[in-house]
Design a protein around this ligand. Sequence first.
Ligand SMILES: [Zn+2]
Length: 270
Amino acid sequence: MSIKSTSDSKFYCFLLFLVLFSSSFSGCFSKEEVLPEKFGIPGGLVLACLNSSHFNELVIEVDYEADQKPTPETLDLLIDRINSVCDKQSVSYELSLTDFEHEGAWTNDEIRLVGRETRETNAMNENQLRFHFMFPSGTHSDSNVLGVAVDASTVMIFVDTIKESENLIQRPSWEEIEAAVTIHEFGHLLGLVNLVYTSNVDHEDPDHPGHSSNEDSVMYWAIETSDISNIIFGTLPNDFDNDDRGDMIKLKEQQLEAWDQLWYPEDYSY
Ligand SMILES: [Zn+2]
């Protein structure tokens, strides 16, 4: 099973939600591969997550800079969501205060490189599957981006930008936005929506590839650049919807084919 080559340099970046009185709430995923190592694309480890035949443990390595530590609620919710989708005997996180030694705004290439320099081990570490979530200071080079998934196991979340996205009435609060963005980026690591498979349910937003058309899914994107006062969210979605979950079940049960995987189960039928 081969990895998609380095020249696939499509980079998608979309505005996710607009927050009242405030700047935008956005997320990204990128399929670019800059090194010959097999780090894959977002979704490239979905079968490794869904299947427990080899990887029975999942560890989230959380590297954060000073004042950027994700809230316990964000981390607990992430664990809950992983447990609700992936088949693992244990799901845990390891927190590390980290100096990324990075100046200025982050490009996706820099995120990939720093992610590879700072992660403890490979994503596939014996029976452990390890996802790497970084929470640095500073912003993405696209200042609307709140989070990005840059390969099969690496995510960066921009807490400073998230805090700036909180509106005056704090509805949603930055903590809620942080949690939603974190789950959203995890969803991209699962290949949502249609990143490494084609759903048999039409729930990808045609205008925003890789995202759900359901505004109640955490994988939803809405783009709005003006008249933002028309958009008021009481609560942000922070969970997958039935169509997202249906895709995961069908991938696990091999009713849908997954491509660009870094790992396949031995009994894989495609
Ligand atoms: Zn996204």
